[in-house]
Design a protein around this ligand. Structure first.
Ligand code: NAD
Length: 497
């Protein structure tokens, strides 16, 4: 068990107050206002955060505009080297950052240690490599004519991120933008800014001042002026679908391109052959069923709908419920904990309201279904028991994103029915397909309208695998070398000698 920040023996120290990070320095909010940041682990306030406004965004854009030209002129080799140094720095402070992230967000520290932060590190290294691999572009038209392709940075870009994976989301956004030579103004989620501010401090000496600027604050007060600014050349957003619509409107007024990573209601399909034998494959599929509780269900690709073949429905579900009952929920700073606390009080309340909605519309609670009081100082924390509902795909709990450790289960009758139910949603981000049959896996993978379909796996996010949504789940892709070009202008010089 790690000690909470501020206690003797803790591996991390927070400041009691975080300002903005602008031009490589702590910068107080121009209007002088702050808000309180509680930890979901116990509910206690552990630091104050600057409450940014349009004036702070302008100051950050000034710093970014001043830094962008020189940073954009550095060689790809130099920028790749910087990304590699940032990756090394994160890696050598993995424990401190993991505890910081866990305290700010409520996620199990072991998840931050083994998944989120190593992924962030790999992401930086991947884009360092992708940038170098871009070099060398030149094509010849004929003996006398040559086409030169230059990848130019866009200039200053805006990035707005959510609270479910604060450090990982920050790095997903920063790595390609910085590799491409842009300067960034980033707005973290107001619920979880602290670990990102710690990261800024940690890497301060590795980047020229003004290349990365962080303005804290609420969506409407700080996010909106950033997304509405004509001074940015792109806005990258991850968050709710409703917010994504607004971002697109703000940016559209200035003809600024957007990339939107939005919500989901991802189906997880279990075909009958999964239960052909009680072997390691069957075990893995059961584990796949429990994946809805990973990161407390606060994952955009949360497999929040489980669709089970009617032929195996009763047995598979019974075994799945046993697995859910065995999930170890507790203090996020305990390395044995598998499910921690929901990220904020608002989120806790939203999930609890869906537990009521589900029951009111006639869905049956098979396990969980309530807030948990873990006792002692955790009593004030935001804990919800992993919950399995059984119902019908047209119910609200099957159609609306809950963003909690809640799965809604229903049955299907054959392949076509499975795909119909899977696609009966406004979203299209992730999906899981579990089957021993390669052809079924392939056909389902192609038929499901989602940007990412896992087969006999779930929740893997390698840096090179393109990630993004169909339908209301977003516009654009992340996590692939192609993303570099989304942060670049392509300049073509066609020269006749
Ligand atoms: P949110 O949309 O409420 O907030 C996201 C960010 O946008 C925050 O920084 C917030 O301050 C800011 N914001 C809010 N209103 C704004 C406005 N009007 N203008 C500018 N900025 C504004 O989302 P959330 O509740 O923080 O995050 C959860 C959502 O994020 C879920 O829907 C989840 O599915 C989605 N998500 C998607 C992905 C993905 O890659 N597709 C990844 C993680 C989370």
């Amino acid at each position: 068990v790690y000690q909470p920040p501020g206690r003797p023996g803790s591996v991390v120290e927070y400041r009691s107050r975080y300002e903005h990070w602008i031009g490589g320095a702590w910068t107080p909010p121009i209007r002088g206002r702050y808000f309180e940041n509680p930890t979901p682990v116990t509910g206690e306030v552990f630091c104050e955060i600057a409450r940014g406004t349009a004036e702070d965004i302008e100051a950050a854009l000034d710093a970014a505009e001043a830094a962008a030209p020189a940073w954009g002129r550095t060689s790809p080799a130099e920028r790749a080297q910087t990304l590699l140094r940032i990756a090394d720095r994160i890696e050598s402070h993995l424990e401190a950052l993991a505890v910081a992230e866990s305290w700010d967000n409520g996620k199990p520290v072991r998840e931050a240690l083994v998944a989120d932060l190593p992924l962030a590190v790999d992401h930086l290294r991947y884009f360092a490599g992708a940038l170098r691999a871009q070099e060398g572009g030149l094509s010849q038209l004929d003996e006398d004519t040559v086409a030169y392709h230059f990848h130019e940075p866009l200039g200053v870009v805006g990035q707005i991120i959510p609270w479910n994976f604060p450090l990982l989301m920050a790095v997903w956004k920063l790595a390609p933008a910085l590799a491409a030579g842009n300067a960034v103004v980033l707005k973290p989620a107001e619920q979880t800014p602290a670990s990102i501010m710690l990261l800024m401090e940690l890497i301060a000496d590795l980047l020229p001042p003004g290349v990365v600027n962080v303005v804290n604050g609420y969506g409407l007060e700080a996010g909106r002026p950033l997304a509405s600014s004509p001074r940015i050349r792109k806005i990258a957003f991850t968050g709710e679908t409703t917010t994504g619509r607004l971002i697109m409107q703000y940016a559209g007024a200035n003809l600024i391109p957007v990339s939107l990573e939005l919500g989901g209601k991802s189906p997880n399909l279990f075909f009958a052959d999964v239960a052909a034998e009680r072997d390691a494959f069957y075990d893995k599929a059961l584990e796949g069923f429990t994946m809805f509780a990973l990161n407390q269900g606060e994952v955009c690709t949360c497999p929040s709908r489980a669709l089970i073949d009617t032929a195996i429905y009763d047995t598979f579900l019974a075994d799945g419920l046993d697995r859910v009952r065995a999930i170890r929920q507790g203090n996020p700073l305990d390395t044995d904990t598998m499910v921690g606390a929901q990220a904020s009080r608002e989120q806790l309340e939203k999930i609890l309201s869906y537990l009521e909605i589900g029951q009111a519309e006639g869905a049956k609670v098979l396990v969980g279904g309530e807030r948990l009081d873990l006792g002692g100082e955790l009593s004030g924390g935001y804990y919800v028991a992993p919950t399995v509902f059984e119902g019908d795909n047209r119910m609200r709990i099957f159609q609306e994103e809950i963003f909690g450790p809640v799965v809604a289960v229903t049955r299907f009758d054959g392949f076509d029915d499975a795909v119909d139910i899977a696609n009966d949603t406004a979203y299209g981000l992730g999906a899981g397909v579990w089957t021993r049959d390669g052809a079924t896996a392939y056909r389902a993978g192609r038929a499901i309208q989602a940007g990412r379909v896992w087969t006999n796996a779930y929740h893997l996010y390698p840096a090179h695998a393109a990630f993004g949504g169909y339908k209301n789940s977003g516009i654009g892709r992340e996590n692939h070398k192609a993303l570099l070009e989304h942060y670049q202008q392509t300049k073509n010089l066609l020269v006749s000698y």
